[in-house]
Design a binder for this molecule. Structure first.
Ligand SMILES: [Fe+2]
Length: 381
């Protein structure tokens, strides 16, 4: 396959099918001699994980793994992982998996050398400067899904197990030192996870593209990211072994995360509290609320989305783009609304207030108030 490359933007990425064989070399490049591989419960016994541990062991790097990671990882998962990391005398983390494992792996590498509690490093103002940066361990990231893009991000989403709020933990040094993007690792993803994670990548690109902040580089990346999803997500969904479609989706995921430095918006502002309280799949939730949010933002994004529609080969400007999202969701078997997604007895008042506190709210092109956000949320059921 020709889809191979070595990229240094935004961090060194070894891209291409089969490149997981470079895992020991990637650890060496990151300065890691005794890694802890952080994965999740679902991945722990899969072939791709066992083979990766084999590669590490053959290279004399041990085969230590921590996999007690919940789908929405919380501070208790982090504490358990940090304990294992310290007791094992590790000197770096391989974050291996989907968004949950990548986010938790990054946090373990971050927190293993800190003395303050994790919530002191929430992404607020310059709180990240409270950290002892020299004590942050190096990270090699290996995504096995194509959605979160956390492998190229400087933040982790951790759920507070007491308050059920999702918090963004940020530090520039938790950007992984080396990334291996091997699309073969994503071949085993079942269709509904392919769909949900793929729509997360699309939501990152779409929200970054619509955010009013000035960041032309992100704008371009977001646009091409949407095109890659449009061309490849239906193919990867229908035929999970289509390695080219898987490769392009893995690129789109990294691009979405790179682009959303420009900001996210109401899709994520709604999706975060719904996921935290009702344990819904993050990307699938984004897909469900996407059309209502487009309608909500219409006055501010109509012209911009007409440009995107032209580039994506969608006719009809904003209306065409809106209709396309509905068709894509239907093609991917995404539930039609939050009720169908399984959100029962929602506390609309609480969800609205949490949405307004979510950092993504600041990137939405229309100002979100209690009244309009409550109406928006109601329209998602
Ligand atoms: Fe997301």
């Amino acid at each position: 396959m020709k889809l191979v490359g070595n990229w240094n933007y935004p961090t060194p990425i070894r891209f291409g099918a089969g490149r997981i064989v470079e895992i020991a070399d990637a650890c060496a490049a990151a300065g890691i001699k005794k890694p802890l591989l952080v994965s999740d419960k679902g991945l722990a016994n899969l072939d791709i994980t066992t083979k990766t541990l084999d590669l590490l062991e053959q290279a004399g790097l041990g085969r230590a793994m921590f996999s007690e990671v919940d789908p929405n990882p919380n501070e208790l998962n982090a504490e358990a992982g940090i304990k294992q990391y310290r007791e094992g005398g590790h000197d770096g983390v391989i974050a291996f998996g989907g968004g949950s494992a990548l986010d938790l792996g990054k946090v373990i590498a971050f927190m293993a050398g800190q003395t303050r509690p994790i919530w002191d490093f929430e992404d607020i103002g310059d709180w990240w400067t409270r950290a002892d940066a020299d004590a942050i361990a190096p990270i090699v990231a290996v995504p096995t899904t194509a959605g979160t893009g956390s492998e190229v991000g400087r933040a982790s989403i951790i759920t507070n197990s007491v308050t059920h709020e999702k918090k963004i933990i940020f530090h520039p040094k938790i950007l992984p030192s080396v990334v291996i993007c091997d699309p073969e690792l994503s071949v085993g993803m079942p269709p509904f996870i392919t769909a949900g994670t793929g729509m997360d990548a699309f939501a990152h690109c779409l929200e970054a593209f619509c955010s009013p902040h000035y960041h032309p580089m992100s704008q371009g990346i977001a646009l091409e990211g949407m095109r890659l999803v449009k061309e490849n997500l239906p193919k990867a969904y229908k035929d999970g072994s289509d390695i080219e479609a898987r490769a392009h989706m893995m690129s789109a995921a990294a691009m979405g995360s790179t682009a959303f430095q420009k900001g996210l918006g109401a899709i994520h502002a709604l999706s975060h509290p719904i996921g935290a309280v009702h344990n819904t799949h993050h990307g699938t939730t984004n897909a469900v609320v996407m059309q209502p949010v487009l309608q909500f933002n219409r006055p501010a994004v109509e012209d911009r989305l007409e440009m995107a529609a032209n580039y994506l080969g969608i006719s009809g400007g904003f209306d065409g783009f809106y209709a396309y999202v509905g068709e894509l969701n239907a093609e991917l078997g995404i539930p039609k609304n939050l009720t169908e997604l399984g959100v029962e007895n929602p506390d609309l008042d609480k969800l609205t207030k949490s949405a307004l506190q979510d950092p993504s709210t600041g990137g939405n092109p229309i100002e979100m108030t209690y009244e309009n956000t409550l109406d928006l949320l109601k329209s998602c059921f």
